[in-house]
Design a protein around this ligand. Structure first.
Ligand code: AMP
Length: 145
């Protein structure tokens, strides 16, 4: 997928947003959805997507949508840190197949990091159990302010 292909309305995150396939939600409002990555690179890996935009990458996104996404990413990262007490965290955002992107609906990754735990590979991490993700999502959601 190049940086400039058209938006595919049947990409997996669009289908999650339409409720066609399940996700483990952390929180949502009319503009954004925060949900657990099913192939987490670390415990508590959360994804943030826009409900309203058809942006594939950072290049396409409307400035007001980007502002909402970054605010939602900060809000969720604060909750992740409060709930899970990592030593640090990473915000990741991949653009284009050559840039590591695998789902072409713009999103931000929040990846908590612990000093003694290695990061699992992007696109190579094992699938997590839904119950484990639900437990983490509930803890993070309880810390949302
Ligand atoms: P990217 O490679 O930046 O496009 O990130 C896509 C992310 O979506 C990866 O970290 C995948 O593990 C994650 N992912 C793929 N399918 C699902 C799904 N059905 N539910 C939640 N996360 C997913």
């Amino acid at each position: 997928m190049t940086l400039h292909a058209p938006y595919d309305p049947d990409n997996i995150f669009a289908r999650i947003l339409r409720g066609e396939i399940p996700s483990v939600k952390v929180w949502e409002d009319d503009h954004v959805l925060a949900f657990m990555d099913v192939f987490p690179q670390s415990e508590g890996h959360v994804l943030i997507v826009s409900r309203t935009s058809s942006a594939r990458t950072l290049l396409d996104v409307e400035p007001d949508v980007l502002a909402r996404l970054t605010a939602a990413t900060q809000r969720t990262a604060r909750a992740v840190v409060k709930a899970l007490r990592p030593d640090g965290f990473q915000i990741m955002q991949f653009n284009g197949e050559a840039g590591g992107q695998t789902v072409f609906h713009l999103h931000f990754h929040i990846v908590p990091r612990w000093a003694d735990r290695p990061l699992k590979g992007h696109g190579h991490a094992p699938m997590a159990e839904p119950a484990t993700l639900r437990g983490l999502a509930d803890r993070i959601a309880a810390a949302i302010e």
